[in-house]
Design a binder for this molecule. Structure first.
Ligand code: 0PR
Length: 368
């Protein structure tokens, strides 16, 4: 029988995941048979998870300043460092952020207010947790409309969500304004930086814990962090965010567990640490700058062909392609995806090169 092989990344323009960094791949393999869900048995991977959380905290403006991004937290430091864990992905992190807010609030009929650009994982969170998800329109440039969010919030709002790097357009919501609305309503504020979190440190956007009094964040190593799948990240500013998630675990050596899943991927955890050690900050900066240049070049090439292209913010290019063109490109092997409004979306991840995009443009030109 022929050995199964995965797709190559040669024509993948639709994914928010990418080729893992070589050291992430190697670390994942070393830690394949470990379970951070049982820290008393798998102590080594559990220690690595603390380093991963510390590293993510540093990216997100919560970190202690140490020479290595993922150095173990300093027990003598004034703050007790970031709180959180390595999730199975952005979906679990978002579900848990809603769950934590719900447990910490006394609303009887709780709601979550988010822009309509929010990832569909919040629909799952609302469904599972019996919370109302109130999505409000975005502005003309696909960012959360602060007035609309303010109007949707009420005394039963437990969480206001902002997205820092939206799935479709790569937009960054006005996070400080959203945090203010949340706190005026006695609600928590969560930032979903699942995709954008490893790009935004190299921009001047206000998006993280250091820029605004936000309470929690999703930031995924398995997207732009170049870790292996599965490695998502959930961070809280305060310990009680994590404490609200903990359940008793009577027969394990450790007495409580805050994660949603039980057995978890030590490979994801180890690879997240390895990737951050290898790439933070200069490697990630170089990749951000490369992707930014490439996305802007590609957008200009499309415009020069009279294509309607949205402004590029983070490296996602959204272009209007008619249905036959989109189909023909997909049939030609290009992995392309669409926004809810039917526009084509090209995500410029580390595996996307200028040569690839030139080949794509050649195919597009040949269809005329
Ligand atoms: N938050 C945001 C802003 C996201 O973009 C995503 C995923 C999530 C949360 C959920 O993360 P997980 O998928 O890790 O649970 N956004 C992409 C999507 O669902 C993810 C993706 C990844 C799509 C790889 C395609 C792909 O090949 O569309």
């Amino acid at each position: 029988m022929q050995r199964a092989a995965p797709q190559t990344f040669e024509r993948v323009l639709s994914s928010m995941c990418t080729e893992p960094h070589p050291s992430a791949r190697e670390a994942a393999e070393r830690f394949l048979a470990t379970n951070p869900g049982d820290p008393a048995t798998y102590a080594e991977v559990s220690a690595l998870e603390a380093r991963a959380v510390n590293g993510l905290g540093r990216l997100a403006g919560l970190g202690q300043s140490t020479s290595s991004p993922t150095a173990a937290p300093d027990p003598n430091a004034a703050s007790d460092g970031p709180h959180g864990y390595v999730t199975s992905g952005g979906t679990e992190a978002n579900i848990q952020a809603v769950r934590s807010a719900r447990h910490r609030s006394d609303a009887t009929d709780p709601n979550v207010v988010a822009p309509e650009s929010v990832h569909f994982s919040f629909t799952k969170a609302a469904d599972i947790l019996g919370v109302e998800l109130r999505t409000v329109p975005t502005d003309d440039d696909h960012r959360a409309d602060v007035d609309a969010v303010g109007a949707a919030v009420d005394s039963e709002t437990i969480l206001v969500v902002g997205v820092a790097g939206t799935t479709e357009y790569g937009r960054i919501d006005p996070i400080p304004e959203l945090a203010e609305i949340a706190h005026d309503a006695d609600a928590y504020c969560h930032v979903d930086a699942a995709w954008g979190g490893f790009l935004l440190p190299f921009t001047d956007h206000a998006w993280h814990f250091g820029h605004a009094p936000i309470d929690s964040m999703t930031i995924d190593p398995h997207k732009c962090g170049r870790a292996v799948i599965p490695a998502g990240g959930l961070l809280f500013r305060e310990r009680d965010g994590m404490d609200a998630l903990a359940v008793d675990t009577p027969y394990l050596e450790s007495t409580s567990q805050a994660s949603l899943t039980g057995t978890r991927s030590g490979a994801g955890v180890a690879s997240a640490v390895a990737a951050m050690d290898a790439l933070w900050p200069e490697g990630y900066r170089r990749e951000y700058e490369r992707a930014d240049r490439l996305a802007r070049w590609f957008a200009a090439e499309l415009r020069s062909r009279d294509r309607d292209v949205a402004d590029v913010e983070l490296p996602i290019v959204v272009v209007d392609l008619d249905e036959p063109t989109f189909r023909a490109l997909r049939d030609g092997g290009w992995r392309l995806s669409r926004t809810g409004d039917g526009l084509a979306r090209i995500v410029v991840m580390p595996h996307v090169t200028r040569e690839m995009l030139r080949a794509f443009l050649d195919d597009l030109d040949a269809l005329r």
